[in-house]
Design a protein around this ligand. Sequence first.
Ligand code: MN
Length: 202
Amino acid sequence: MAFEFPDLPYDYTALQPHIDAQTMEIHYDRHHRTYFNNFTGAVDGTPNADKSLEEVMATVDASASPAIRNNGGGYYNHILYWNSMCDGGSAPSDALGAAINDTFGSMDELKSQLKQAGIGRFGSGFAWLVVADGKLAVTSTPNQDNPLMPVADMQGTPIVALDVWEHAYYLKYQNKRPDYIDGWLEVVDWAKASTRYSDALA
Ligand code: MN
C-alpha cells in the first residue's frame, strides 16, 4: 500500500495570526491522522490498496462505502487544504492570474465567490476552486466529499481547498465562519495553486 500520512508543509505556528497553532496541531495530528488511519484500515487487503488516492476518489459514487467516501475524502481533502496555504500567502503565476481575470473579472471577485461558497455550505464541508472542462470554477461539497467524486454536484480537478468544518476555526473564531475565511484568504498559496492549475490543463 502506497498511502502515506504526509508531513505538514510548515510549522503549526506558520499561519498565525490567521490560523492559530493549536487549531493546526489538533486539525493535522488528530483529525487528519484519524481520517488517514481509518482509510488505510478500510482499504488494506482490498483492490483500492493498489490504486492512487485520486483513483480511489474517482470511484466514489452513491454506492461507495462510508469508510472510503468519508475517510478517504478526509485524507485527500486535508492534503490539499494544507497545500492551499503558506506563511503570508503567495501570488499566482501569470497564467493562473490571467485565467482568474478571464473567468471572474478579478482576484477580488474570485475571493468573494470562494467566501460565499464557504459561508453558503450548510453544516460541514469544503469550498473549492477547480478546473472543470478546462475552465476555472468555484464549487462546494458537503462533509468530506470532493470534486473528484462522481457524487459531487460539479466534478473537476481541485486547485484550492477551503475547509469550513468548525474544527478548522472554532477555537479562534467560534461561530464566525466569515471571519475565518477572511483570515484564510490572507494565507492562500496561490503559487502552489498555479502549479496544480498548469498540471490540470496538461
Ligand atoms: Mn478539517
